[in-house]
Design a binder for this molecule. Structure first.
Ligand code: 3PG
Length: 305
């Protein structure tokens, strides 16, 4: 009998746990829950007997991998797997998967909500603006960006995109593809970032790109703080006093923002993009299904290592 551990610092909605439980009961697996844990020690203890694991943004480093003696598979219920040490997992022959697209609508709705919050001057009562007629620049064109596009179009925004690998997909739905990031930043009133925190994307939103932002534009980041070159962002916000930065989780230099840019930023206190019942349900049940498919039929779709 297989034992599956759900280890989530940020627990899934109870409805999602209920449905995930059903998937594992049907397969004859045992489900263990470790939620809102306070220390890494608790996680190290809990993984010991697990054959499989479902996590969210929980840090699965080499210590966790090494403590997990029976572990065969980790599924990150979500898109970004920058929290998992893929090398350590691969060394032990552990399969790592994500559940791409399952929480994309939730993150997209947050991105648009944050853009509205920003353009309305954070609901402070000050006169703001409207999104209709303004240009939205999508930095990247994965599942989240595609949902943002759908919503933005309905709001009457002009949408442009910079993507290297999905140009045809974007053009096929009538989306204007620009040829450089510089162009994207220069032409947009709102930029929404949708690239993963890996490889060349780390700190890629740098001065070279940011200097092209229009003064008065809004930068919305529901991706990862690691894709931003923070000192460069601070420099550009000093140079162009109309720029606002809104992000799902605070940058490392949060104190500088409070000191220098009052009224020009907002950061969620805890990553909120996928914090909906629907996203929990979609990503959690997909993760459970992927684990059962892996053990029963050797299916490794969505393997990332
Ligand atoms: C993701 O990468 O899927 C999102 O950032 C959601 O992360 P969370 O599951 O920690 O909310």
């Amino acid at each position: 009998m297989k034992t599956v551990l759900i280890a989530t610092d940020k627990p899934f909605a109870s409805n999602a746990i209920h449905k995930i439980g059903k998937v594992f009961r049907k397969a004859g697996y045992t489900l263990k829950l470790l939620e809102k844990y306070k220390s890494k020690q608790e996680l190290l203890g809990a993984v010991k007997g697990a054959d499989a694991m479902i996590v969210r943004s929980d840090i699965i480093d080499a210590d966790v991998i090494s403590a997990a003696k029976n572990l065969k598979i980790v599924v990150r219920a979500g898109a970004g797997y920058d929290n998992i040490n893929l090398e350590a997992a691969s060394q032990k022959g552990i399969v790592v998967m994500n559940t791409p697209g399952q929480n994309a609508n939730a993150v997209a709705e947050l991105a648009v909500g944050l853009a509205i919050y920003g353009i309305r001057e954070f609901f402070s009562g000050k006169i703001g603006g409207e999104l209709r007629g303004r240009t939205l620049g999508l930095h990247g064109f994965g599942f989240v960006a595609r949902n943002v596009f759908r919503i933005a179009r309905a709001l009457g925004m002009k949408v442009i995109v910079y993507t290297r690998f999905s140009k045809d997909a974007a053009a096929a739905i009538g989306l204007k593809v620009v040829h450089s990031l510089e162009q994207l930043y220069e032409k947009s009133d709102v930029i929404s970032i949708h690239v993963p925190a890996k490889g060349e994307h780390i700190k890629s939103v740098s001065y070279e790109v940011l200097k092209h932002l229009k003064d008065g534009s809004i930068l919305v980041n529901t991706a990862r703080k690691e894709v931003i070159n923070e000192p460069d962002l601070v420099r550009v916000m000093e140079e162009k006093p109309g720029i606002k930065y809104i992000s799902d989780v605070a940058p490392d230099c949060m104190d500088l923002f409070s000191e220098k840019f009052a009224g020009r930023f907002f950061f969620t206190p805890k990553k909120a993009g996928a914090q909906t019942e629907e996203a929990n349900l979609n990503a959690g049940v997909a993760a459970a299904g992927q684990i059962v498919d892996f053990f029963e039929d050797g299916i490794t779709t969505y393997k990332v290592n």
